[in-house]
Design a protein around this ligand. Structure first.
Ligand code: AMP
Length: 218
């Protein structure tokens, strides 16, 4: 199963990816996670990407296309994968199509998580992440037992620098201008399915498994 999860930041793509990745035993490939990891470890790639990420702007296409092309060469992608946060521009989608064509492969399904701005803003500005294990919390919806401390590992919780309100608003603007055109790009190729990103985690997961069953994808 080769999937793309498309939708604004805060749509729940990352959360659903984690669940789907476990259920279907296919890797979750998040360009945001890969870039954040490079920033953390001080790699050249991270240094280049950080200034864009902190402002909520997109990292240049050639950088992310290179990351994904390398990642898809890994053997663990043979059975399928979930692309989360990639592609984010029409150029990236075209480059992905080209790369897959050369290896006679293609994407099975693009899931578009249609999400209201209100939900996205509320989820992102309230998100807190564990510095040690990366587990995600939400100040209202999924609060830790002890404020600021991870229930799982005792690590310190922090707010991603791009989850502050001003940057979130810019990320949503960037999404509308540069990523939303992918909805019609994939609708034209007949592989787009729309689901509601406003649903809760379990509800949306049920919608997705019903959809896979109906389409005989999994
Ligand atoms: P995310 O965790 O998916 O919200 O990504 C965090 C940030 O990483 C984005 O705001 C961008 O700066 C950068 N990023 C992640 N994926 C891409 C992509 N496909 N193209 C360009 N920039 C990206």
């Amino acid at each position: 199963m080769k999937l793309i999860l498309l939708g604004p930041p805060g749509a729940g793509k990352g959360t659903q990816s984690v669940v789907l990745s476990k259920t279907y035993k296919i890797p979750h490939i998040s360009t945001g996670d890969i870039l954040r990891e490079s920033v953390k470890s001080g790699q050249a790639l991270g240094l280049k990407a950080k200034s864009y990420m902190d402002k909520g702007e997109l990292v240049p296409d050639e950088v992310v296309v290179g990351i994904v092309a390398d990642r898809l060469k890994n053997d663990d992608t043979k059975k399928g994968y979930i692309l989360d946060g990639f592609p984010r521009t029409v150029k990236q989608a075209e480059e992905l199509d080209k790369a897959l064509k050369t290896i006679r492969s293609s994407i099975d399904m693009v899931l578009y998580f249609e999400t209201s701005a209100k939900t996205a803003i509320e989820r992102l500005t309230g998100r807190r992440v564990c510095k040690a294990c990366g587990f995600n919390y939400h100040v209202k919806n999924i609060p830790p037992k002890k404020a600021g401390i991870c229930d799982k590992c005792g690590g310190e919780l922090y707010q991603r620098p791009d989850d502050t309100e001003a940057t979130v608003l810019n990320r949503l603007k960037v999404y509308e201008a540069q990523t939303a055109p992918l909805i019609s790009y994939y609708a034209k190729s007949g592989i787009l399915d729309k689901v509601s990103g406003d649903l809760g985690v379990n509800e949306l997961n049920k919608v997705l498994s019903d959809l896979f069953a109906a389409k005989k994808i999994a």
